[in-house]
Design a protein around this ligand. Structure first.
Ligand SMILES: *Cc1c(COP(=O)(O)O)cnc(C)c1O
Length: 382
């Protein structure tokens, strides 16, 4: 018997009270009880998105709302800009291309954020951009884009919609969809939202609705106009993932109890603990402090270590589940997830297990140095 420690950047651990909430007796999705549940949960999610607009809930993984954002706004031949700083930016490129958009890709070196200036310079080359797509938190590299300044650049240099993938950070970082001028913001359930996989969320601005209403590309399951119609009755067009919505309501209660501002601060603290711990172990980080994500940290291999071997060893011997690198970073990094239901004590636990594995591989470091560095950050935190 053993306890698996899930520190991947999605899926993430689900709190006990959320599991209990999801165990609720099944109810009809056309009942009064469902209407009350849906009304409560869909209003509670709004402050997490920083919006007063409707946030629709779809049964699907995160990619379903990336696709919904594209299929509802883009027709074949439309010109779009996709800011790609890693594997999930590339996913937006693929989805846009699948639906026939003419994609101008602004590619940034993996491990770095896109600056407002990079985006402004890029946008100046084009006249007819219908939408700009960007990833808020690039999960493949552990980089948080400065999404508020990117939004400013989009609106200063184009008439385009600004469409943001917030899948691996919404719920753990500040998001001000309305104030920042994000037209579509999407996320999924299994990352910072502390739920199992299966729910996806999409917030839509008035400006985006104008484009959606005038877009004539076909959609069925992901047709947002259908979701809007049913949303008025606090229901969804098809059978929703009822159990997950019970869980969502509990998650929102938990975040309200902690205080969302506090939730955001906690993620900042976790980031700092992980970064300091890895630095003390002389494991290089892929990102600098400023670009580094509050929800996931990419750790590189020092020359003498096979990072993928360490990661597999950690899983096998110590039951610590970290994620490997994606695409061009495969075999070069491991990714340490610290989002959602994750606390300072979880970081101390994971760091100490990483140290055990490093000792097994005779990596030269002071035993306890990583834990000590993380403890220092935690005890200095007010
Ligand atoms: C996980 C993730 C996705 C995809 O979500 P799925 O639930 O696997 O479909 C998209 N974008 C980002 C940034 C992610 O981290």
């Amino acid at each position: 018997m053993y306890k698996n420690i899930l520190r991947t950047p999605g899926p993430t651990p689900v709190p006990e009270q959320v599991k209990e909430a999801m165990n609720h007796d099944m109810i009809s999705h056309r009942s009064e009880e469902f209407v009350r549940l849906f009304h409560k949960a869909s209003n509670q999610i709004k402050p997490i998105f920083g919006t007063e607009q409707d946030v629709f809930i779809i049964a699907g993984s995160g990619t379903s709302v990336l696709e919904a954002a594209v299929v509802n706004t883009i027709s074949p031949g439309d010109e779009v800009v996709v800011v790609s700083i890693g594997a999930f930016g590339d996913r937006f490129v693929s989805i846009c291309e699948t639906y026939g958009a003419a994609v101008h890709k602004l590619e940034i070196e993996w491990g770095k954020a896109c600056s407002a200036d990079d985006l402004a310079q890029f946008l100046k080359q084009f006249k007819n951009i219908k939408a700009v797509f960007a990833t808020y938190n690039e999960t493949s590299t552990g980089v948080l884009n400065p999404i508020d300044s990117l939004a400013k650049a989009v609106h200063a240099h184009s008439e385009a919609l600004f469409i943001v993938d917030g899948v691996s950070c919404i719920g753990g970082v500040q998001a001000k969809m309305d104030d920042w001028g994000i037209d579509i913001l999407v996320t999924g359930s299994q990352k910072a939202m502390m739920l199992p996989p299966g729910l996806a969320f999409i917030g839509v601005s008035k400006k985006a609705w104008h484009v959606i209403e005038n877009n004539n590309a076909p959609a069925y399951y992901l047709d947002l106009k259908q979701y809007r119609e049913w949303y008025r009755k606090d229901m969804t067009p098809n059978t929703p993932a009822v159990s997950l919505i019970y869980g969502l309501s509990e998650v929102c209660d938990m975040i309200e109890t902690e205080g969302f501002e506090q939730t955001v601060q906690r993620h900042q603290l976790l980031k700092k603990m992980v970064r300091e711990a890895m630095a003390a172990l002389k494991l290089p980080l892929l990102t600098n402090e400023q670009d580094g994500s509050p929800t996931v940290t990419a750790v590189c291999a020092p020359p003498q270590l096979d990072i993928e071997e360490i990661r597999k060893h950690l899983k096998k011997k110590y039951h610590l589940d970290l994620a490997g690198g994606l695409g061009q970073l495969e075999g070069k990094i491991f990714r340490f997830g610290h989002m959602g239901y994750c606390f300072p004590s979880d970081i101390l636990e994971a760091v100490s297990l990483i140290e055990c594995a490093l000792s097994d591989y005779k990596y030269p470091y002071d035993l306890g140095a990583g834990v000590k560095a993380a403890q220092k950050v935690y005890s200095a935190h007010i």
